[in-house]
Design a protein around this ligand. Structure first.
Ligand code: CMP
Ligand code: MG
Length: 388
């Protein structure tokens, strides 16, 4: 028998109320009495059997054992170390971890009033922790979507040579009344974790289509790129939703490009592939976003039907001084050529990088050097001015 199992004969103590908690137990076989002492008398709480866990409370909240555990029959126990449990809690969603601690706290409260013979429970903690803060933030984001505080900014995607605006990427900006201008990094990670990103994506898509309609339907009118999360791209109803939006705004599918990032997070590749085939059949173009960051991997290139690859700024910046980096970029161009995909270089911040990319054979780019993301009106004016 190793350290991870413990056999206890009927009648023996496993631990006592008030002991320090260094592990929890799973019952493999047998039954365990859980009881507390009250006025020197035993007050039974429960009898646990195979498949149940005990001793988890002290491990979760770090306080002494809330009750005594004694083998009711001969028992085989699996020892679960405090570290194992604490790691599971730490890895879980912050709100879930918070719920866990709150529930343990409540159980202790109830128990201690039972022992003391009190009717009312003890003081509640006002230390809410990160889980609580996140729920408040999530509420704020949800309200911001409804109130329109989250709006699309536009950043042009240009022709590297002629500097014509070919399209615009819509980027979510949150102009919070209380917190000021929030960048995607300030609120999208939480939105992605909780799934709220779907509503942000769909709201942005709707507003992007309104913008697209306002750009007119001349043959050379810019396309509009919309970011969609891994959540949405696995959703087969996405095509119908977007088709309805395009219909409402009178926008042709060929003017819309969907940028899919976080392809590493697509759990159901089959569902994503089906949704993407539907979208392409409709005439919408699909771009693999942030290529080269680890959020999008090479392996999806042959699985998913992308039309465009957006090479991340981290692969692009500094390419004029690094021959190795240029070799990587050349390789990407070659690869995309073979797969019949277009390539957009992102994050171009200076003229040197733009020239170096042009020399390598890139034709499309995006970045501060050309224009930062700006409010829709301002960004669209740039295109109108440029048109003869
Ligand atoms: P812990 O406080 O670490 O040690 C005693 C254990 O008894 C506790 O974790 C729980 O696993 C278990 N326990 C405490 N109270 C109850 C209860 N009311 N019902 C069932 N099990 C309990
Ligand atoms: Mg993007």
């Amino acid at each position: 028998m190793g350290m991870l199992s413990r056999d206890v004969s009927a009648g023996n103590l496993i631990f006592s109320q008030g002991d320090g908690a260094d592990c929890a137990y799973l019952i493999e076989q047998g039954e365990v009495d859980i009881f507390v002492e009250r006025d020197g008398r035993r007050q039974p709480l429960t009898v646990l059997g195979a498949g149940e866990v005990f001793g988890e409370m002290g491990v979760i909240d770090g306080l002494p054992r809330s009750a005594t555990a004694r083998a009711h029959t001969d028992c085989s126990l699996v020892v679960v170390s405090a570290e194992q449990i604490q790691q599971v809690v730490a890895r879980s969603d912050p709100f879930f971890a918070e719920l866990m601690r709150k529930l343990v706290g409540r159980l202790r409260d109830t128990q201690s009033s039972l022992i003391a013979g009190r009717e009312t429970v003890g003081q509640h903690s006002s230390d809410f922790g990160p889980g609580y803060a996140e729920v408040v933030r999530e509420r704020d984001i949800a309200e911001a979507i409804i109130s329109g505080e989250i709006e699309p900014y536009l950043q042009p995607i240009v022709d590297l040579g002629g500097r014509t605006v070919l399209g615009y990427e819509t980027l979510a900006r949150w102009k919070s009344e209380t917190m000021g201008l929030m960048r995607p990094f300030d609120f999208l990670p939480l939105a992605r974790r909780t799934g709220l990103i779907r509503r942000i994506d769909l709201t942005m898509a709707d507003r992007a289509m309104a913008i697209c309609a306002r750009l007119g339907n001349r043959a050379d009118a810019p396309f509009v790129s919309i970011n969609v999360s891994a959540w949405l791209i696995q959703d087969r109803s996405l095509t119908a939703t977007l088709a309805r939006m395009m219909d409402q705004h009178g926008v042709a599918p060929g003017r819309i490009c969907l940028e899919v990032t976080e392809t590493m997070l697509i759990e159901d590749l089959d569902a994503a592939e089906e949704a993407m085939d539907d979208l392409r059949d409709l005439g919408i173009r699909l771009a693999l976003d942030d290529f080269g960051t680890g959020l999008s991997s090479l392996s999806v290139l042959h699985r998913l039907p992308f039309d465009v690859i957006k090479v991340d700024g981290s692969l692009v910046q500094g390419c004029q001084t690094s021959a190795r980096q240029r070799a990587v970029l050349r390789g990407i161009l070659d690869l995309c050529g073979r797969l019949d995909m277009e390539v957009v270089a992102e994050g171009i911040e200076d003229v040197g990088t733009a020239r170096a990319l042009g020399d390598l054979g890139f034709t499309m780019g995006q970045g501060q050097h050309f224009a930062p993301p700006a409010q829709a009106e301002q960004a669209m004016a740039a295109w109108r001015e440029e048109v003869p």
